[in-house]
Ligand binder design. Structure first.
Ligand SMILES: [Zn+2]
Length: 330
C-alpha cells in the first residue's frame, strides 16, 4: 500500500462569494424556486430538472427508484450492457447504459468510482478494465457515492478479490453493515469511513477531494478530481446522489439543499468544467462516452467539457428544486 495516503480534509478556504448568487436572486416561494431552477437547468439539465423539480420521486407514497432491493432477476443484457470506453487520458467508463462506473487511473493504481448492480460487476468493471488494457488487480480504492444497490453491489467483490479499500460515507457504512450476509453482492467489510468533514484521498499522483453531501442518502459522497484531455487538465465534479427518493420531510430537503450549495462552492473553488453524475440520465454519460471516441476538429471541446458557470448551474438547480419541495411541505 506504499504511496497511498488518506488525509483528513483540511477545511477549505472557500470564499462564500465566488459567483454564487442563488440565495439572493431566488424568490422564496416554491413557484419562484422552480422557475429559477428551470432557468438554471437550461437545456443542459432539463431531464434532471423534470426528475427532481416537476415530478419528484417521493411525491408518490412508495416505490422509490434507485434504492431498495435489487431486481430479483437479471434484466435482459441488451437493455443495460455497454462497452467500456477510454474517455479522458486518466478516466475510463466501465458502467452500463443506465448506471455509471469509472476507473480513475493514477501513478499508483486505479480508483474505481461506483460499482453497479451485482450482475454488472464482472462483465462491465472486471472484464471492461481488462478489455481496456487495465489490470483489475491494480484497483486500490473503490469509492461508493451512496449505499444503494445500483451503485454498491460490486464493492464486496472488488474488496475480497483484489484487496481494494472501500470508501463510503459514515452513515451509509452503518446501513450497509446491517445488511444480511445473504445480501445480493455480499457485504463489504468496513474500510475507509468518510465523516461530515470529507476526506482528501491521494493515490500516487492523483488526489480525489471527497465531499460529504448528505441528502439522497445520509452518507452520500460527491467528488472533485482532475481529468486530463490530451494533456489539458480539467477539474471534474461528480454529484453522488440526485433523486428525491428519501422520506418526504422538510428537514431532509434542507439537508439536501445545503449539500448542493456546498457543492456549488466546491465546484467554483475548483474551477470545475466537467459535471458528472452516477446515473447516465443525469449527465448523458452513455452518449458522451461514445462521442468521446470520435475525432475532434481543432479547438473542439471534449464532449464532457463545459465551463464552470454551466457546472454551477447544475447545483443551483438541484438546491432550488430541494428548497421548492421543502417550502411546499406544510
Ligand atoms: Zn440512490
Amino acid at each position: 500500500m506504499s504511496g497511498m495516503r488518506v488525509l483528513g480534509a483540511a477545511a477549505l478556504c472557500v470564499a462564500a462569494a465566488i459567483g454564487v448568487g442563488a440565495q439572493a436572486r431566488v424568490p422564496d416561494t416554491p413557484e419562484g424556486l422552480v422557475t429559477a431552477a428551470k432557468r438554471a437547468a437550461g437545456v443542459d439539465y432539463s431531464g434532471t430538472f423534470l426528475r427532481i423539480c416537476v415530478a419528484p420521486d417521493n411525491l408518490a407514497p412508495a416505490a422509490p427508484r434507485g434504492g431498495g432491493p435489487a431486481p430479483p432477476v437479471v434484466p435482459d443484457r441488451a437493455s443495460w450492457y455497454a462497452k467500456p470506453y477510454k474517455v479522458f487520458d486518466n478516466l475510463y467508463f466501465v458502467g452500463t447504459r443506465i448506471h455509471s462506473a469509472w476507473a480513475l487511473t493514477t501513478s499508483d493504481g486505479i480508483v474505481v468510482i461506483d460499482t453497479l448492480f451485482e450482475y454488472a460487476i464482472q462483465p462491465e468493471i472486471v472484464d471492461g478494465l481488462t478489455a481496456l488494457g487495465l489490470d483489475p488487480r491494480s484497483i486500490k480504492y473503490v469509492l461508493i457515492s451512496h449505499a444503494h444497490g445500483d451503485h454498491d453491489q460490486g464493492a464486496a467483490l472488488l474488496q475480497s478479490r483484489y484487496g481494494a479499500k472501500v470508501v463510503m460515507g459514515a452513515a451509509d457504512w452503518e446501513s450497509t453493515l446491517q445488511r444480511p450476509s445473504t445480501a445480493v453482492g455480499g457485504v463489504p467489510k468496513r474500510d475507509v469511513v468518510v465523516g461530515p468533514g470529507g476526506l482528501k484521498l491521494t493515490l500516487g499522483d492523483t488526489t480525489v477531494d471527497i465531499i460529504a453531501t448528505p441528502g439522497h442518502t445520509p452518507g452520500t459522497l460527491s467528488y472533485v478530481f482532475p481529468v486530463r484531455d490530451g494533456g489539458r487538465r480539467l477539474m471534474a465534479v461528480y454529484a453522488g446522489g440526485t433523486a428525491f427518493n428519501f422520506p418526504r420531510r422538510a428537514e431532509n430537503f434542507a439537508v439536501y439543499r445545503d449539500s448542493q450549495r456546498k457543492m456549488t462552492e466546491m465546484a467554483a473553488a475548483a474551477g470545475a468544467s466537467v459535471l458528472m453524475t452516477n446515473h447516465t440520465e443525469f449527465d448523458r454519460a452513455f452518449d458522451r462516452v461514445r462521442l468521446a471516441q470520435l475525432p475532434r476538429a481543432a479547438g473542439e471541446k471534449h464532449p464532457y467539457e463545459t465551463d464552470t458557470a454551466t457546472v454551477l448551474r447544475y447545483f443551483e438547480m438541484s438546491a432550488d428544486c430541494a428548497e421548492a419541495q421543502r417550502l411546499s411541505i406544510r
